[in-house]
Design a protein around this ligand. Structure first.
Ligand code: HEM
Ligand code: HEM
Length: 125
């Protein structure tokens, strides 16, 4: 498997582990007020990064694009998990979420660019 795919899966699994610990804590405490932050750490971290890692394993790319995709998408997921609780508890303004949304969206745009560049290559089989 390409190293970038392993790196995607590693960050994804760490987000998944943190998200599960967070979910268990919510379940035990009965306080679900931060559930959107738990949800998006899992959905942008565990789910989206795993999909991207799988794509690069099936359709390897050389160069900077997959790594830039990894850095931006990981930053988006982690910042979402870190900043959203601050916003939900009123400690920070909602506008600060741009710091997570921007890398998440840029990461997705790079992922689209990687998919499109693959479409332009001759089919493997
Ligand atoms: C050990 C694993 C997990 C535990 C204990 C857990 C626990 C929870 C709890 C207690 C809530 C709040 C529910 C509510 O207030 O209605 C919640 C919400 C949520 N969780 Fe998890 N969770 C886990 C893993 C995951 C994973 C892996 C994902 C995604 C891949 C996920 C996605 C969500 C979503 C999307 C919500 C929001 C649901 C809604 O708004 O109705 N969770 N979780
Ligand atoms: C930059 C990325 C994203 C932003 C800014 C965003 C924003 C939001 C917002 C504002 C809500 C409403 C939350 C509430 O009413 O409390 C929401 C809910 C939801 N989003 Fe996202 N989202 C993003 C990415 C994703 C992704 C990648 C997934 C799935 C793979 C997803 C799945 C969901 C689900 C299932 C809900 C309903 C559960 C909940 O209320 O927490 N989102 N999202």
């Amino acid at each position: 498997m390409p190293r970038v795919s392993s790196a995607f899966f590693l960050v994804a699994a760490l987000c998944g582990l943190a998200g599960m610990a967070w979910g268990s804590q919510m379940g035990m405490s009965g306080d679900h007020s931060l559930s959107p932050a738990h949800a998006h750490l899992n959905l942008l971290g565990w789910v989206s990064l795993s999909i991207m890692g799988g794509f690069y394993a099936l359709s390897p790319r050389s160069g900077w694009l997959p790594w830039a995709n990894l850095i931006l998408s990981s930053a988006g997921a982690i910042l979402m998990g870190v900043l959203l609780p601050q916003v939900l508890t009123g400690k920070l303004s909602g506008q600060v979420m741009m710091a997570a949304e921007l890398p998440a969206v840029l990461g997705m745009l790079l992922f689209i660019a990687a998919i499109v560049s693959g479409l332009r290559r001759p089919a493997a089989a």
